[in-house]
Each structure stands twice: as C-alpha cells, then as structure tokens.
Design a protein around this ligand. Structure first.
Ligand code: DP6
Length: 346
C-alpha cells in the first residue's frame, strides 16, 4: 500500500531582505524580512509526498527529475520535525497506520528555472513541508509549518502564507518565535504586479547560505541592517502595505535591495550578484519613474542577477513596453519561457 499527498507552494520575493543567520543550525535570521507572494499560475513548486512499507529503505527526493541528497541537515531537520508530529498522532491513536516508520519519496517540480536566484528553495521547502504534513494528516496551521520550513530554507517560511508576508526574526534561542505571519492578504492590494526579468537561468555563483555567513563574518556595513535599518523599514513597509502607498512601498523595496547588495560588495571576498543587465534594469526603472514624475516601478534583486520589478496594474503597458524595448532584443536570454515572467501578487 502507498500513501500519497500532493500540494503546491508559491514563490515569494522579499522586499525587505533576509540576509544573515544568528543561528545557522536552527536557521534563525539576524533580521526580520517581508515578501510578496507571487501567483502560482506563473511560479510554483508542485510536490508529491508518498510513503509505503513496500518502499526500499531510505528517504528519497527528486527535483525536476534529478535525484537529490537528502542527508543534508536542512532536509533532515524537516523530515525529523514532521515525523515527530506524526509519531504523536500514532501514539494517541494506535489504529492509524504507522506512516512515520515508512520511507518517504518526495517528487518535486518547478515551473521556473531552479537556482536562478528565483527563491526556488523557498517554494521547494514550503511545498515539501506541506506535502508531508498533508500525507501525515497533521494539523496544517501555516504558522507551525512555517517554523519547520524555516529550518529547510529561511525564505521558505514566507511561502506558507499568501499575500504580503513577514518573517519575525524572534529572540528565543530555540527559535519558537521565529516564524512567518501574514501582513495582509493579496485581496487587500490585488493590483500589485511583478515582472521577473530572467537575465540568467544559470545556477548562481555564491549560494545564499554561504554568502550570508561570509557577510556576517566580514562586512562592516552589515551590522547596521539588523541593528537599525531593517527594524525601521519593517515598520515603514507594513504601513505602506496597509495604506496601499505604492511610492513608499517601492522606495523602501529599492533601498533595501541596494542595502543588501552593498553588504554583499562589502563582504570579503566580495560577492557580486548583479551584472550589466541587472544594472540596466535599475537604470530603466529610474528612467521610467523620472518620466512619470512619481515612483511607479520598483526593482529588487535576490542572490542572483534576475530583476523583479514591482508595479501596479494600471502601469502594466508602460512597464512591460519599456522592458521589452530595453532588454528584449539583447542576446543571452537563456530562459525558454522568454525574456520575462509576469506574475500577480497572490
Ligand atoms: C537574498 O532562504 O535561500 O533571497 O536560509 O540559507 O536557505 P537559507 O537562505 P535563503 O536566502 C534568501 C536570501 C534572499 C533574501 C530573501 O529571500 O529574503
């Protein structure tokens, strides 16, 4: 007999960046962060978790058809936490099948390029955790699941909620208060749009996990972020979202992306995620905002060169037109989906 459950999880793109761990083992961040969830029609991970007494010994994980090493501490932490919760149920209800003892098979597929700095680990671990939680018939409180997904990949905790999502850094040593929360549902500000410019679908140079700890260890600019920059911006951003104040939302988004990439450059040895096309995208946003006489577009970049442009639906034609004109005829697009992926807040 095979027990099976399938789920999906969305991609989220941070507007206040998570960068730095205060506890690498529990994956506890040095600062809080905030993201916008993107529509799953465009970007999502689809994951099936199954288990069976007939499976050969050992858990397995397949991502986009490729077998992954599951022995890593992150994946193990998620499997372990979920199995422990299932064991509680099996202890209380002896009649239920002892799924916690069976090998797990996880099959995961992204509809976007993996490891392109598109937060694939976020959607990936969120879907993995939810799929196993469903399989084990665990209570699916997203707050509880976000604590588990956080241990897989920090940004994953934000993909268990929709809309505008914060991740509270927490202060406890055991990480119990480090979890995601919803700032506002997508319906609160439904005309938010994102345009993802896939500058390169190639795997990124320095992984975020390695990069952020080198920044914490070496950058002299970085300590300002957890100390004062991010706490202030978390408040400004939450208020901008509540007030649907796009100009503030956009300005804080761009400044926080710049601050994060400045910390990367200030890391020794330096980390460069932006390339010439990324910088052209920044310039283009500046040009369009200057032409509009107000801020109608915001750029942000994660640990890779791909730009994410946030804007409101009313400016769709202007934004899409501009980026087509500026970037569309450049060589070197490696994404078979085309030059850009458009997504709604969801
Ligand atoms: C730049 O969540 O990938 O995208 O916790 O080590 O897995 P780990 O890091 P990860 O880092 C994401 C960094 C970022 C900013 C963000 O998403 O907040």
């Amino acid at each position: 007999e095979i027990y099976r459950s399938t789920t999906t999880a969305p991609v989220n793109i941070a507007v206040i960046k998570y960068w730095g761990k205060r506890d690498p083992k529990l994956n506890l961040p040095t600062n809080s962060s905030l993201s916008v969830t993107l529509s799953q029609a465009d970007l999502r991970t689809l994951t099936t978790a199954s288990c069976s007494p007939t499976y050969p010994t050992g858990d397995t994980l397949l991502i986009n058809g490729q077998s992954q090493d599951v022995s890593g501490a992150r994946t193990q932490a998620c499997f372990h936490a979920l199995r422990e919760l299932r064991k509680d149920i099996e202890y209380e209800k002896p009649e239920v099948p002892r799924l916690s003892h069976f090998p797990l098979h996880i099959v995961s597929e992204n509809n976007f390029p993996t490891a392109a700095g598109l937060a694939s680990s976020a959607a990936g671990f969120a879907a993995l955790v939810r799929a196993i939680a469903d399989l084990y018939e665990l209570p699916t409180d997203p707050t509880e699941l976000s604590r588990i997904a956080r241990q897989g990949s920090g940004s994953a905790c934000r993909s268990l909620f929709g809309g505008y999502v914060g991740w509270e850094r927490g202060t406890r040593m055991d990480g119990k208060d480090s979890m995601a929360f919803q700032v506002a549902p997508a319906s609160h500000w439904p005309d938010m749009r994102a345009l993802i410019l896939v500058v390169s679908a190639a795997k990124k140079g320095v992984s975020s996990t390695t990069g952020m700890q080198t920044t914490v260890a070496t950058s002299t600019l970085f300590p300002m972020r957890p100390k004062e920059v991010v706490p202030r911006r978390m408040k400004e951003m939450a208020k901008a979202i509540t007030d649907k104040d796009f100009e503030t939302f956009a300005k804080v988004t761009m400044m926080d992306s710049n601050s994060f990439h400045a910390s990367c450059l200030d890391t020794y040895p330096p980390i460069f995620y932006l390339n010439d096309v990324s910088r052209a995208a920044i310039k283009a946003v500046e040009v369009i905002n200057a032409a509009a006489g107000k801020i109608i577009a915001a750029y942000t970049f994660d640990a890779g060169p791909n730009a994410v442009i946030y804007y409101l639906a009313e400016h769709e034609a202007a934004i899409a037109g501009l980026f087509k004109a500026i970037l569309g005829d450049k060589d070197g697009w490696e994404n078979e989906r085309g030059a850009a992926i458009q997504a709604n807040a969801a």
